[in-house]
Ligand binder design. Structure first.
Ligand code: SAH
Length: 358
């Protein structure tokens, strides 16, 4: 199996059959460690011992969608709903800027409040952040919208967009989402984001219900083909108030392995060490960095709402202030010999494009 990892490093691709074989063998003693070691070497060669940090503002938990796995789903009854006003979001951004953040991530459920009239309200927020802090990158993670809205937000100054594909297999997608959502639209949104010029982030939950090695192989092949700038990979974590509540959480070990394989396939990818890795474990994000992740996203949401933005149960950090959360994660990063760097943290190829344009 190590030979397949070496082949991936040399050629940056594997056949579907090879992917299935490699992923199915993840419990082979020493294999995860071997992949992590290769991945870490590549990460350190591209990014040094530096970790980019992004402040995530969870601006609303209202959502029109009803994804079967997500604690913010429309049918969820246990969630106290909130939305931050543009003023509250800008106050968070200011705090973040003062703490050293140079990327602000705005993530939320999907709701007309910010999206109406071509995402007018969010356009105003993005523009205000860009005007006040020209050296800050803005990342959006607000789900599926039409091309006009994506374009308006890009024109207002948004740089990146996170929209996990969740699974690259249509039949699997349909087991995780209601009939009102479609695999085709998810994929079309991702293509549109890239066409517009965003640094685009795809991604998936490892160990989501009904997932097989074939599905993960399809995910790897999709990532190889679509070439996102970022890939968010976290284990599925059940949320008690969803139809998938009784499924077990995804494996952290398999998540580290998939992180490593993504890194080996594409050394320049931006790969976050995701929060879902630390539900009930202490060292998930550290180990993700050691397996090839190079981004961490501390929580920058204001006090008083964090306990209501629960995509899954046992989310860590919800009782910490933004400053405490940043300090905690900085400590974890430094403990393993890395440093958090102040800067936008763009994808390496995008930096080159911007330099050429300047
Ligand atoms: N509405 C936006 C963003 C919010 S959810 C969107 O759809 O893009 C952000 C990500 O959290 C999702 O893409 C999903 O992969 C992840 N997520 C949601 N519920 C989860 C769960 N129960 N376990 C693990 N990850 C989950």
């Amino acid at each position: 199996m190590k030979a397949l990892i070496d082949k991936l490093e040399d050629t940056h691709s594997l056949t579907r059959k090879e992917w299935v074989e490699l992923i199915s063998a993840y419990e082979t003693p020493g294999l995860i460690e071997y992949a992590a070691e290769r991945a870490r070497k590549l990460t350190d060669a591209v990014f040094g011992k530096q970790i980019y940090f992004r402040g995530i503002i969870e601006y609303t938990n209202f959502c029109r969608n009803d994804c079967y796995y997500c604690g913010l789903r429309l049918s969820g009854k246990d969630t106290t709903r909130y939305r931050l006003t543009p003023q509250q979001i800008l106050a968070c951004a200011e705090d973040g800027y003062n703490m050293g953040y140079r990327t602000i991530v705005l993530q939320g459920g999907e709701t007309a409040y910010y999206e109406a009239k071509g995402a007018e309200r969010m356009v105003g927020i993005v523009r205000a952040i860009r005007e006040r802090y020209p050296d800050v990158a803005v990342t959006l993670s607000m789900g599926e919208m039409n091309r006009e809205a994506y374009q308006a937000l890009f024109d207002a100054g948004a740089d990146r967009y996170l929209l996990r594909h969740e699974t690259a297999t249509k039949e699997h997608y349909e087991k995780l989402h209601p009939p009102t959502m479609s695999f085709e639209n998810r994929m079309a949104c991702l293509r549109t984001l890239k066409e517009i010029g965003y640094q685009a982030g795809a991604g998936l939950m490892v160990g989501s219900p009904y997932q097989t090695a074939e599905h993960l192989a399809a995910d790897m092949m999709f990532i190889a083909d679509f070439k996102p700038h970022m890939v968010g990979i976290g284990p599925f974590q059940p949320h008690h108030d969803t139809p998938l509540a009784s499924f077990p959480p995804g494996s952290n070990e398999l998540t580290f392995f998939i992180v490593s394989l993504c890194r080996i396939m594409n050394p320049k990818l931006l790969i976050p060490a995701t929060t879902a890795l630390d539900c009930g474990h202490g060292d998930g994000r550290q180990r993700a960095i050691l397996a090839g992740a190079n981004v961490i996203m501390p929580n920058l949401s204001p006090e008083g709402i964090k306990q209501n933005y629960l995509l899954y149960d046992n989310k860590p950090g919800i009782t910490q202030s933004a400053a405490e959360n940043l300090a905690k994660l900085r400590g974890l990063v430094e403990e393993i010999g890395y440093t958090m760097v102040v800067g936008r943290g763009d994808h390496p190829d995008t930096v080159k494009e911007q330099a050429r344009a300047a």
